[in-house]
Design a protein around this ligand. Sequence first.
Ligand code: PAF
Length: 297
Amino acid sequence: MKITVIGCGSIGKIFLAALHLRGHEVQGWLKLSSQTNLVVNIKKPKGDFFYKIITCNNIKHLINSKLLIVCLKAWQISNVLLPVLDFIPKTTLILLLHNGMGVIEKLGQLNNPFLSGITTNSAWQKNNIVFHTNNGVTHIGPINRISKSFKFIADILNDAIPNVVWSDQIINICWYKLASNCIINPLTVKYNCKNGNLFQFSEEIENIIIEIYKVMKKINLDVNKNKLINYIYDIIKKTSNNYSSMLQDIRNCKKTEIDYITGYLINKAKIYHINTPKNNNLYQLVKNLEKINCDYK
Ligand code: PAF
């Protein structure tokens, strides 16, 4: 299948490599339109390496792609994707794979079939090498009527990347993941630590979860408090050796996804008059650090 991966950070590169290895015709799509090649160098979870130079930014390849996988940061998506949508046929399937929620609202009317996805694959990059530390699960599912018939895409992806699962209740799963990001990401920034170090802050974690749980319950999601707590601790355990993406962003003076994670939760809570003081504090803490550390262009 002809596929374009938009946004080639760690997760984008993992998808490019895996799909290439299964014989798909893949290309990357990068901000810098003059860049036509991308070095994809990955140290896989078992220690073996993938190395290949992958073609980028070929407009013909983009137009003929049957699938676009968008692996950008939440706050980048509408700016990058909206101009691309003008080029591609209305039948091209688009899979959004990112942390946080609230992106779809920013895209306006969705004329193409759209899938939402979340992944617990974890990876980080140093000196252009991706360290893929953990093979997680990737859930994908339909977010508009015309994407409901694309279940077969989960099989195609699963054939390349282990553990891709189709879910008709993708929004529910996105909320579980959002909850884990509301805990892990700002707390690892607050304590400047690896995910695994968060086990010592269990009381604080559980107080934050209670606020999130109230919001999830209010919007009628299928949520169980103990299941939510266990889900979050399971992610902390499985990614214990990782630095969260938010801590990596703060350390690298990059804009974080806090507005699409804790910010999204707080906005939903406001609608239902639910107080979220713990999440508000974490939101302010990350916003302040963003301001102090970074000089956005
Ligand atoms: O944003 C991240 O870093 C990841 O979503 C997660 C699961 C919190 C692991 O670090």
